[in-house]
Each structure stands twice: as structure tokens, then as C-alpha cells.
Design a protein around this ligand. Sequence first.
Ligand SMILES: NC(=O)C1=CN([C@@H]2O[C@H](COP(=O)(O)OP(=O)(O)OC[C@H]3O[C@@H](n4cnc5c(N)ncnc54)[C@H](OP(=O)(O)O)[C@@H]3O)[C@@H](O)[C@H]2O)C=CC1
Ligand SMILES: CC(=O)N[C@@H](CCC(=O)OP(=O)(O)O)C(=O)O
Length: 345
Amino acid sequence: MIKVGIVGGTGYTGVELLRLLAVHPQVELTAITSRKEDGLPVADMFPSLRGRVNLAFSAPDKADLTKCDVVFFATPHGVAMAQAPELLKAGVKVIDLAADFRIKDASVFEKWYKIPHTAPELLEEAVYGLVELNREQIKGARLIANPGCYPTTMQLGYYPLLKAGVIDAGNLIADSKSGVSGAGRKAEIGTLFSEASDNFKAYGVAGHRHTPETSAQLQRYTGQKVGLIFTPHLVPMIRGMFSTLYAKLTRDIDNAALQALFEAEYKDSQFVDVMPFGSLPETRSTRGSNMLRIALHRPENGDTVVILVVQDNLVKGASGQAVQCMNLMFGLPEETGLQQIALLP
Ligand SMILES: NC(=O)C1=CN([C@@H]2O[C@H](COP(=O)(O)OP(=O)(O)OC[C@H]3O[C@@H](n4cnc5c(N)ncnc54)[C@H](OP(=O)(O)O)[C@@H]3O)[C@@H](O)[C@H]2O)C=CC1
Ligand SMILES: CC(=O)N[C@@H](CCC(=O)OP(=O)(O)O)C(=O)O
């Protein structure tokens, strides 16, 4: 059994990890931290876990995380970088759901996240945890930088077209929407019911930190200089993410050939569903599941391709993706514990 620790067990990605790992056949939950809820049984805070998780939260300084085989950090940016060096030294693998190790250049990280990077020596070793594009490296990793939720949709949506060299890499436009759980469980005015419900707004239009993460990764995989305009929106639902991606075709290619690029790329990736050309995916077809669905469109058969991508931000966009990485790091089938079908209605 893999002994698992979770730092940040009271947040949305933390409780999502608990939901997935409580029924994972190869996992023994060993430590779950909270600064505020030290000693509180986990199931008292989350009754959905009654009878499944018998641990209590412990304060981060009291939890002996070195007895774990792997520790997930479901914490704000900056927490994992402070603790990862010691854990790695003790032989514990680390999966960070925040952005501490996603951007290879510490100065770029510091510019966007506005905190100093305290473990830049680990940036080169850290493996970006987007399984579908990085599977082999993840298998041998000690330290995983789990991708951001929006970047997961943008990278998986654009990659097959960039790899084939059929779109203008310098002019990508991504119009994305996230459910409110994407902002986390902490109290903030913008996510109050009376602010976020019956309302719809863009944010981060002048620049969002997921733009450099996405561009850098796509450049890394394809060697092409990527120019990306990304506009996120907050949509009044709890879970779910919808990215509408636009790209200009630079070659004469028919729709069947476009579709074939995606089908070939993801044929061995069971958590990416390439829907029939022209399909209209809905976020609820992924709710609670680790599935990401993609559908291609070509308005009036012109030179613009539109890629629709949906996922659950808390599952494939965060905790499910992290468990997918853990499975590979411990030699398990990628899908172990991740077979949930989306909840309808
Ligand atoms: N929500 C989403 O859809 C996604 C989130 N992410 C990333 O995952 C991470 C977690 O997000 P989310 O679960 O939404 O966040 P939440 O705000 O819901 O939870 C944060 C958790 O971290 C704990 N925490 C906060 N500060 C510290 C600290 N200094 N030391 C130790 N623990 C701390 C909190 O618990 P306590 O205060 O009790 O200690 C809480 O359990 C973030 O980095 C986020 O960017 C990535 C992709 C998608
Ligand atoms: C709706 C909402 O607010 N979403 C968050 C992104 C989600 C996320 O957690 O991404 P990181 O791990 O990179 O922080 C935001 O735009 O800041």
C-alpha cells in the first residue's frame, strides 16, 4: 500500500483528493493537515467521508510526513517549495497541486506569483504532471508540478494541431470559463453566493498567470514560439471548466484529417475523449470524473479551427490529474481509482 499524506486537507482540492484516495485500492491515507482544524476528525468536517476516512486533521508541524511514500500539497502557492526539499531528502515523493514547480524560470515565477522562489534548485528536476504529454517522465519522477486547471484544457486542446504544424502558433486565442470552486474554499468577496451567482464576468484580461505556464509548456513540447491570448471568466456554477480555443489554419487540411490528428494523439489516453467532429460537449459530462472531452469545429469551413474542451476543474484539472501522476510514479495502471463516470443531471 502507498502511504499518502495531504497538506491542505480542508480545501476543495484537498477534499477532492480525499474523495478519490479513500476508495483507491492501493492507498493508505496516513496524514492530513490543517492549520486551523488540528485534532478534528476529517469526517466531522466532511460527512461525505464518514465511514471512509477515519483520520483526524493534524497541524502541519505535528504531522510526520516523512513516514509517507508520497505527499500531496493542496495548498496555496509557496507552501510546497518550503517543505519539498526536506521531504525529498527523506525519500518521500512530492506532488504539488500549486504552481511552485510549474515554471522552470524562477524569475518568471516570481514576476507572476509575486512571491520569492525559495527552492529554485528543484525547478529543473520537477516534472510537469500533464500525463498525456509527459507520461514517461512522470513515471520516474520524485517531484511533480501538477498543471493548472486552465492550462490543462489549453495544452491538450492545442497540442495535436501545433505538433502537426497546421496552425499559426503565434496567434492562439483561448476563451475560458471556470466554476467558482476554481477559486478555492477560502472566504473571498468575489466568490460569495450573492456576488458569483446570477452573474458572469471576465477577469485577468490584462494578463493571467496561466498564460506563461501554457505558452512555455507548448513551446517546450513543440519547439514553436507560441503567442497566446487567454481570457478567463467566472461562470455561476460550482464545478466545471469550458475552454473555447481558436486557431488559424496555415495549411490546406480537411476536417477528417484534423479529427484524425486528435484521435491518433489521444488513442492511448483513456481520460481524453475525442468526440465526433462538430459535437457540443457540456461541462456536466465530466462532473466528478477525471475525463476531459474535446470537440473540433470549423465554422463555414473557413480557415479557423475551434476546439471545445470541457473538464471538471477539481478532477482532471487538479486532484484527479494528481492521482493519475501518483499511479504512474508507483508503477500502477494510470486509471487506478479514477474510473468514476460523470454525475448527471
Ligand atoms: N480549485 C481548483 O480548481 C484548482 C486549484 N489548484 C491549486 O491547488 C491548490 C489548492 O487549491 P484549493 O484546494 O482550491 O485551495 P483552498 O483555498 O480551497 O485550500 C487551501 C488549503 O491549504 C491549506 N493552507 C493554506 N495555507 C497554508 C499554509 N501556509 N500551510 C499549510 N497549509 C495551508 C488550507 O487549510 P488550513 O487553512 O486549514 O491550513 C486549505 O486546506 C492551490 O495552489 C490552487 O491554485 C489547481 C488547479 C485547480
Ligand atoms: C475561478 C478561479 O479563480 N480560478 C483560479 C485558477 C485555478 C487554479 O487553481 O490555478 P492555479 O493552481 O494556477 O492557482 C484563478 O483564475 O486564479
